[in-house]
Ligand binder design. Structure first.
Ligand code: 5AD
Ligand code: SF4
Length: 372
Protein backbone atom coordinates (compact mmCIF):
# COMPACT_ATOMS: atom_id res chain seq x y z
CA UNK A 1 0.00 0.00 0.00
CA UNK A 2 1.44 3.38 -1.04
CA UNK A 3 0.70 7.01 -0.20
CA UNK A 4 1.34 10.22 -2.11
CA UNK A 5 1.07 13.66 -0.50
CA UNK A 6 0.69 16.91 -2.45
CA UNK A 7 1.61 19.96 -0.37
CA UNK A 8 0.72 23.61 -1.02
CA UNK A 9 1.69 26.73 0.88
CA UNK A 10 4.11 27.62 3.64
CA UNK A 11 6.81 25.76 5.60
CA UNK A 12 4.31 24.98 8.33
CA UNK A 13 2.33 23.02 5.79
CA UNK A 14 5.44 21.24 4.55
CA UNK A 15 6.05 20.20 8.15
CA UNK A 16 2.40 19.19 8.57
CA UNK A 17 2.86 16.87 5.58
CA UNK A 18 5.82 15.27 7.37
CA UNK A 19 3.38 14.48 10.17
CA UNK A 20 0.83 13.02 7.72
CA UNK A 21 3.58 10.88 6.15
CA UNK A 22 4.61 9.69 9.63
CA UNK A 23 1.05 8.69 10.48
CA UNK A 24 0.58 6.86 7.17
CA UNK A 25 3.85 4.94 7.58
CA UNK A 26 2.73 3.88 11.03
CA UNK A 27 -0.47 2.58 9.45
CA UNK A 28 1.62 0.43 7.12
CA UNK A 29 1.72 2.59 4.01
CA UNK A 30 4.92 3.29 2.08
CA UNK A 31 5.83 6.54 0.36
CA UNK A 32 4.97 6.27 -3.35
CA UNK A 33 6.64 8.10 -6.23
CA UNK A 34 3.55 9.28 -8.10
CA UNK A 35 -0.19 9.78 -7.89
CA UNK A 36 -0.66 6.90 -10.35
CA UNK A 37 0.79 4.24 -8.05
CA UNK A 38 -0.80 5.55 -4.84
CA UNK A 39 -3.52 3.82 -2.80
CA UNK A 40 -4.14 7.02 -0.89
CA UNK A 41 -3.54 10.58 -2.11
CA UNK A 42 -3.57 13.41 0.42
CA UNK A 43 -3.89 17.06 -0.64
CA UNK A 44 -2.56 19.35 2.08
CA UNK A 45 -4.02 22.67 1.01
CA UNK A 46 -3.34 26.40 1.44
CA UNK A 47 -5.87 29.23 1.58
CA UNK A 48 -3.67 32.31 1.88
CA UNK A 49 -4.47 33.67 -1.59
CA UNK A 50 -7.04 32.88 -4.25
CA UNK A 51 -4.32 31.57 -6.57
CA UNK A 52 -3.35 28.89 -4.05
CA UNK A 53 -6.97 27.75 -3.77
CA UNK A 54 -7.42 27.69 -7.54
CA UNK A 55 -4.37 25.47 -7.97
CA UNK A 56 -5.75 23.03 -5.41
CA UNK A 57 -9.17 22.93 -7.07
CA UNK A 58 -7.64 22.32 -10.51
CA UNK A 59 -5.40 19.54 -9.27
CA UNK A 60 -8.04 17.84 -7.14
CA UNK A 61 -10.36 17.93 -10.18
CA UNK A 62 -7.77 16.07 -12.22
CA UNK A 63 -7.90 13.10 -9.82
CA UNK A 64 -11.29 12.02 -11.18
CA UNK A 65 -9.47 10.10 -13.93
CA UNK A 66 -7.36 8.16 -11.40
CA UNK A 67 -10.36 7.28 -9.29
CA UNK A 68 -12.06 5.89 -12.41
CA UNK A 69 -9.10 3.58 -13.00
CA UNK A 70 -8.76 2.52 -9.37
CA UNK A 71 -12.03 2.32 -7.45
CA UNK A 72 -10.19 1.61 -4.17
CA UNK A 73 -8.07 4.77 -4.33
CA UNK A 74 -8.67 6.96 -1.26
CA UNK A 75 -8.56 10.72 -1.81
CA UNK A 76 -8.21 12.95 1.24
CA UNK A 77 -8.11 16.75 1.39
CA UNK A 78 -6.86 18.57 4.49
CA UNK A 79 -5.15 21.83 5.47
CA UNK A 80 -6.19 25.46 5.66
CA UNK A 81 -8.68 25.40 2.80
CA UNK A 82 -10.82 22.72 4.37
CA UNK A 83 -11.20 24.32 7.78
CA UNK A 84 -13.89 26.69 6.54
CA UNK A 85 -17.08 24.60 6.58
CA UNK A 86 -18.41 26.31 3.45
CA UNK A 87 -15.32 25.35 1.46
CA UNK A 88 -15.34 21.82 2.88
CA UNK A 89 -18.93 21.31 1.74
CA UNK A 90 -18.14 22.89 -1.63
CA UNK A 91 -15.29 20.40 -2.09
CA UNK A 92 -17.50 17.42 -1.29
CA UNK A 93 -20.32 18.55 -3.56
CA UNK A 94 -18.11 19.58 -6.49
CA UNK A 95 -15.83 16.56 -6.38
CA UNK A 96 -17.90 13.48 -5.50
CA UNK A 97 -14.77 11.29 -5.73
CA UNK A 98 -13.19 12.87 -2.63
CA UNK A 99 -13.39 10.41 0.30
CA UNK A 100 -12.15 12.44 3.24
CA UNK A 101 -12.22 16.17 4.02
CA UNK A 102 -10.59 16.99 7.33
CA UNK A 103 -9.89 20.22 9.14
CA UNK A 104 -6.72 21.75 10.53
CA UNK A 105 -6.77 19.89 13.83
CA UNK A 106 -8.01 16.45 12.76
CA UNK A 107 -4.89 15.06 11.12
CA UNK A 108 -3.98 12.84 14.10
CA UNK A 109 -7.22 10.95 13.45
CA UNK A 110 -6.41 10.24 9.79
CA UNK A 111 -6.17 6.49 10.50
CA UNK A 112 -9.73 6.40 11.89
CA UNK A 113 -11.07 8.21 8.83
CA UNK A 114 -9.35 5.79 6.47
CA UNK A 115 -10.98 2.88 8.31
CA UNK A 116 -14.36 4.61 8.21
CA UNK A 117 -14.17 5.40 4.47
CA UNK A 118 -15.17 1.81 3.78
CA UNK A 119 -18.57 2.73 5.22
CA UNK A 120 -18.95 6.13 3.53
CA UNK A 121 -17.46 9.56 2.98
CA UNK A 122 -15.86 11.40 5.88
CA UNK A 123 -16.09 15.06 6.80
CA UNK A 124 -14.88 16.41 10.11
CA UNK A 125 -13.81 19.88 11.13
CA UNK A 126 -12.64 20.54 14.65
CA UNK A 127 -12.61 23.70 16.66
CA UNK A 128 -9.38 22.90 18.47
CA UNK A 129 -6.72 20.26 18.88
CA UNK A 130 -3.93 19.31 21.24
CA UNK A 131 -0.78 21.01 20.02
CA UNK A 132 1.47 18.86 22.21
CA UNK A 133 0.28 15.52 20.93
CA UNK A 134 3.36 13.41 20.17
CA UNK A 135 3.20 12.17 16.60
CA UNK A 136 5.69 10.40 14.38
CA UNK A 137 7.26 12.67 11.76
CA UNK A 138 8.74 11.47 8.53
CA UNK A 139 11.26 14.31 8.14
CA UNK A 140 11.93 15.20 4.52
CA UNK A 141 14.08 18.30 4.37
CA UNK A 142 17.61 16.93 4.47
CA UNK A 143 19.83 18.35 7.20
CA UNK A 144 17.13 20.73 8.37
CA UNK A 145 14.49 19.62 10.87
CA UNK A 146 11.35 21.73 11.26
CA UNK A 147 10.02 22.07 14.78
CA UNK A 148 6.61 23.55 15.38
CA UNK A 149 6.58 25.70 18.51
CA UNK A 150 3.08 27.16 18.27
CA UNK A 151 0.09 27.37 16.03
CA UNK A 152 -2.57 29.89 15.24
CA UNK A 153 -2.49 33.66 15.25
CA UNK A 154 -4.17 36.39 17.31
CA UNK A 155 -3.26 39.32 15.14
CA UNK A 156 -6.13 39.53 12.69
CA UNK A 157 -4.33 41.54 10.06
CA UNK A 158 -7.36 42.64 8.03
CA UNK A 159 -6.29 40.86 4.81
CA UNK A 160 -5.40 37.51 6.37
CA UNK A 161 -7.35 34.26 6.56
CA UNK A 162 -4.92 32.51 8.93
CA UNK A 163 -6.58 33.39 12.28
CA UNK A 164 -9.86 32.02 10.89
CA UNK A 165 -8.48 28.68 9.71
CA UNK A 166 -5.75 28.07 12.30
CA UNK A 167 -7.48 29.49 15.37
CA UNK A 168 -5.95 31.44 18.23
CA UNK A 169 -2.29 31.25 19.29
CA UNK A 170 -1.40 28.11 21.18
CA UNK A 171 2.16 27.45 22.32
CA UNK A 172 3.68 24.07 22.98
CA UNK A 173 5.12 23.44 26.43
CA UNK A 174 8.78 24.41 26.45
CA UNK A 175 9.95 21.05 27.83
CA UNK A 176 8.21 19.23 24.97
CA UNK A 177 9.96 21.41 22.38
CA UNK A 178 13.34 20.90 24.08
CA UNK A 179 12.74 17.14 24.23
CA UNK A 180 11.89 17.08 20.53
CA UNK A 181 15.03 19.06 19.65
CA UNK A 182 17.18 16.71 21.74
CA UNK A 183 15.64 13.68 20.08
CA UNK A 184 16.22 15.16 16.61
CA UNK A 185 19.87 15.96 17.38
CA UNK A 186 20.48 12.52 18.88
CA UNK A 187 19.73 11.01 15.46
CA UNK A 188 23.00 12.60 14.33
CA UNK A 189 21.87 13.57 10.82
CA UNK A 190 20.44 17.05 11.41
CA UNK A 191 22.56 20.22 11.36
CA UNK A 192 19.78 22.76 11.53
CA UNK A 193 16.65 23.25 13.62
CA UNK A 194 14.08 25.66 12.22
CA UNK A 195 11.43 26.76 14.69
CA UNK A 196 8.06 27.38 13.09
CA UNK A 197 5.08 29.48 14.06
CA UNK A 198 2.83 32.05 12.42
CA UNK A 199 4.10 34.58 14.92
CA UNK A 200 7.05 33.10 16.84
CA UNK A 201 7.71 36.27 18.83
CA UNK A 202 4.57 35.77 20.87
CA UNK A 203 5.62 32.23 21.77
CA UNK A 204 4.82 31.36 25.38
CA UNK A 205 2.51 34.26 26.18
CA UNK A 206 -0.37 31.81 26.58
CA UNK A 207 1.56 29.38 28.80
CA UNK A 208 1.30 29.31 32.59
CA UNK A 209 3.81 30.38 33.72
CA UNK A 210 4.68 32.42 30.66
CA UNK A 211 7.88 31.63 28.75
CA UNK A 212 9.50 34.18 26.46
CA UNK A 213 10.65 33.35 22.94
CA UNK A 214 14.13 34.60 23.87
CA UNK A 215 14.28 32.11 26.76
CA UNK A 216 13.27 29.29 24.45
CA UNK A 217 16.04 30.32 22.03
CA UNK A 218 18.67 30.42 24.80
CA UNK A 219 17.53 27.06 26.19
CA UNK A 220 17.74 25.43 22.77
CA UNK A 221 21.24 26.85 22.27
CA UNK A 222 22.30 25.25 25.56
CA UNK A 223 21.66 21.80 24.11
CA UNK A 224 24.96 20.21 23.25
CA UNK A 225 25.88 19.56 19.64
CA UNK A 226 26.99 21.10 16.39
CA UNK A 227 23.85 22.69 14.98
CA UNK A 228 22.27 25.97 13.85
CA UNK A 229 18.93 27.38 15.01
CA UNK A 230 16.67 29.43 12.78
CA UNK A 231 13.08 30.65 13.16
CA UNK A 232 10.13 32.09 11.28
CA UNK A 233 7.94 34.12 11.09
CA UNK A 234 8.51 37.26 13.14
CA UNK A 235 6.02 40.11 13.53
CA UNK A 236 7.62 43.57 13.72
CA UNK A 237 5.37 44.65 16.58
CA UNK A 238 6.54 41.72 18.75
CA UNK A 239 10.22 41.42 17.84
CA UNK A 240 11.71 42.37 21.20
CA UNK A 241 15.24 43.49 22.06
CA UNK A 242 15.91 40.27 23.96
CA UNK A 243 15.27 38.25 20.78
CA UNK A 244 17.51 40.54 18.70
CA UNK A 245 20.19 40.18 21.43
CA UNK A 246 19.79 36.40 21.37
CA UNK A 247 20.38 36.36 17.60
CA UNK A 248 23.34 38.70 18.03
CA UNK A 249 24.99 36.81 20.90
CA UNK A 250 24.15 33.14 20.52
CA UNK A 251 26.63 31.53 18.18
CA UNK A 252 24.19 28.78 17.26
CA UNK A 253 21.48 31.15 16.00
CA UNK A 254 21.56 31.85 12.29
CA UNK A 255 22.06 35.54 11.51
CA UNK A 256 18.84 35.80 9.58
CA UNK A 257 15.48 37.43 10.28
CA UNK A 258 12.40 37.27 8.09
CA UNK A 259 10.49 40.39 9.10
CA UNK A 260 7.40 40.98 6.95
CA UNK A 261 6.70 44.71 6.58
CA UNK A 262 3.70 44.27 4.22
CA UNK A 263 3.69 48.00 3.33
CA UNK A 264 5.84 51.08 3.76
CA UNK A 265 2.91 53.47 4.13
CA UNK A 266 1.39 54.38 7.47
CA UNK A 267 -2.22 54.74 6.31
CA UNK A 268 -2.11 51.32 4.65
CA UNK A 269 -0.37 49.74 7.67
CA UNK A 270 -3.16 51.08 9.84
CA UNK A 271 -5.84 49.71 7.49
CA UNK A 272 -4.02 46.37 7.56
CA UNK A 273 -4.13 46.43 11.38
CA UNK A 274 -0.39 45.77 11.59
CA UNK A 275 0.01 47.86 14.77
CA UNK A 276 3.33 49.49 13.81
CA UNK A 277 4.32 52.47 11.70
CA UNK A 278 6.91 52.78 8.97
CA UNK A 279 9.06 54.63 11.51
CA UNK A 280 8.71 51.80 14.10
CA UNK A 281 9.71 49.28 11.45
CA UNK A 282 12.74 51.28 10.36
CA UNK A 283 13.83 51.60 13.99
CA UNK A 284 13.80 47.82 14.40
CA UNK A 285 15.72 47.33 11.16
CA UNK A 286 18.33 49.91 12.25
CA UNK A 287 18.65 48.14 15.59
CA UNK A 288 19.13 44.76 13.92
CA UNK A 289 21.75 46.19 11.57
CA UNK A 290 23.60 47.82 14.45
CA UNK A 291 23.60 44.76 16.70
CA UNK A 292 23.99 42.02 14.10
CA UNK A 293 26.40 43.01 11.34
CA UNK A 294 25.72 41.08 8.12
CA UNK A 295 22.35 39.83 9.36
CA UNK A 296 20.37 38.56 6.35
CA UNK A 297 16.97 40.23 6.12
CA UNK A 298 13.92 39.26 4.11
CA UNK A 299 10.35 40.53 4.01
CA UNK A 300 6.87 40.01 2.60
CA UNK A 301 4.94 42.82 0.91
CA UNK A 302 1.35 43.09 -0.27
CA UNK A 303 0.62 45.47 -3.12
CA UNK A 304 -2.81 46.74 -4.15
CA UNK A 305 -4.37 46.59 -0.71
CA UNK A 306 -7.84 48.27 -0.91
CA UNK A 307 -7.54 52.05 -1.53
CA UNK A 308 -3.72 51.96 -1.92
CA UNK A 309 -2.73 54.92 -4.11
CA UNK A 310 0.29 55.12 -6.39
CA UNK A 311 1.94 57.47 -3.92
CA UNK A 312 1.37 55.08 -1.03
CA UNK A 313 2.79 52.23 -3.08
CA UNK A 314 5.88 54.41 -3.66
CA UNK A 315 6.35 54.40 0.14
CA UNK A 316 6.73 50.61 -0.07
CA UNK A 317 9.28 51.05 -2.86
CA UNK A 318 11.27 53.53 -0.80
CA UNK A 319 11.22 51.24 2.25
CA UNK A 320 12.67 48.43 0.13
CA UNK A 321 15.31 50.87 -1.12
CA UNK A 322 16.13 51.88 2.45
CA UNK A 323 16.38 48.43 4.03
CA UNK A 324 18.20 46.66 1.19
CA UNK A 325 16.84 43.23 1.90
CA UNK A 326 18.57 40.04 0.86
CA UNK A 327 15.28 39.04 -0.69
CA UNK A 328 11.62 40.01 -0.69
CA UNK A 329 8.37 38.19 -1.40
CA UNK A 330 5.81 40.42 -3.09
CA UNK A 331 2.14 39.46 -3.35
CA UNK A 332 -0.83 41.02 -5.06
CA UNK A 333 -3.57 41.58 -2.51
CA UNK A 334 -6.12 38.77 -2.75
CA UNK A 335 -9.51 39.27 -1.06
CA UNK A 336 -10.28 36.41 1.33
CA UNK A 337 -13.90 35.82 2.22
CA UNK A 338 -14.72 36.64 5.83
CA UNK A 339 -11.79 39.04 6.37
CA UNK A 340 -12.30 42.74 7.08
CA UNK A 341 -10.33 43.96 4.04
CA UNK A 342 -12.39 41.91 1.61
CA UNK A 343 -15.39 44.10 2.49
CA UNK A 344 -13.54 47.42 2.15
CA UNK A 345 -14.47 49.91 -0.55
CA UNK A 346 -11.79 50.82 -3.05
CA UNK A 347 -10.60 47.39 -4.15
CA UNK A 348 -7.70 47.92 -6.55
CA UNK A 349 -7.79 46.77 -10.20
CA UNK A 350 -5.91 43.57 -11.02
CA UNK A 351 -4.03 45.41 -13.76
CA UNK A 352 -2.71 47.94 -11.24
CA UNK A 353 -1.77 45.15 -8.80
CA UNK A 354 0.19 43.43 -11.56
CA UNK A 355 2.01 46.65 -12.45
CA UNK A 356 2.92 47.30 -8.82
CA UNK A 357 4.11 43.77 -8.07
CA UNK A 358 6.30 43.82 -11.19
CA UNK A 359 7.71 47.22 -10.27
CA UNK A 360 8.55 46.08 -6.74
CA UNK A 361 10.20 42.86 -7.90
CA UNK A 362 12.16 44.73 -10.58
CA UNK A 363 13.43 47.14 -7.94
CA UNK A 364 14.52 44.26 -5.70
CA UNK A 365 16.36 42.68 -8.64
CA UNK A 366 18.18 45.96 -9.35
CA UNK A 367 19.15 46.37 -5.70
CA UNK A 368 20.46 42.83 -5.50
CA UNK A 369 22.79 43.54 -8.42
CA UNK A 370 24.38 46.45 -6.57
CA UNK A 371 27.04 45.75 -4.01
CA UNK A 372 25.79 46.59 -0.55
N1 5AD B 1 -3.39 38.60 -0.17
C1 5AD B 1 -2.10 38.67 -0.55
N2 5AD B 1 -1.08 38.29 0.24
C2 5AD B 1 -1.39 37.82 1.47
N3 5AD B 1 -0.60 37.37 2.46
C3 5AD B 1 -1.39 37.00 3.49
N4 5AD B 1 -2.68 37.19 3.18
C4 5AD B 1 -2.70 37.71 1.92
C5 5AD B 1 -3.74 38.13 1.04
N5 5AD B 1 -5.02 38.07 1.39
C6 5AD B 1 0.86 37.37 2.39
C7 5AD B 1 1.49 38.23 3.48
C8 5AD B 1 2.08 37.20 4.41
C9 5AD B 1 2.43 36.09 3.45
C10 5AD B 1 2.63 34.75 4.06
O1 5AD B 1 1.33 36.06 2.57
O2 5AD B 1 2.51 39.00 2.90
O3 5AD B 1 3.19 37.67 5.12
FE1 SF4 C 1 -1.89 36.55 9.05
FE2 SF4 C 1 -1.12 38.80 10.31
FE3 SF4 C 1 -1.30 36.48 11.68
FE4 SF4 C 1 0.65 36.79 9.88
S1 SF4 C 1 0.38 38.00 11.76
S2 SF4 C 1 -0.67 34.97 10.11
S3 SF4 C 1 -0.36 38.04 8.29
S4 SF4 C 1 -3.01 37.60 10.72
Amino acid sequence: MKFFIVTYGCQMNVHESEKIAGILEKLGYECGQSREEADIIVFNTCAIREGAEDRVLGNVGALKRLKKKNKNLIIAVCGCMTQKSKTAEYLLSTFPFIDIVIGTFNIPKLGDYIEAVKKGRQLELWEEGDIDEVLPYKRTSGENAWVNIMQGCNNFCTYCIVPYVKGREKSRQEENILAEVRAILSEGKYKKITLLGQNVNSYGKDLVPQVSFAKLLHDICKIEGDFVVSFMTSHPKDLTDDVIDAVANEEKIEKYIHLPAQSGNNRILRLMNRKYTREDYIKIIDKIKAKIPNCRLTSDFIVGFPTETEEEFEDTMSLVRYVRYDNIFAFMYSPREGTVASKMDGQVDDKVKHERVNKLLALEKELQKEVK
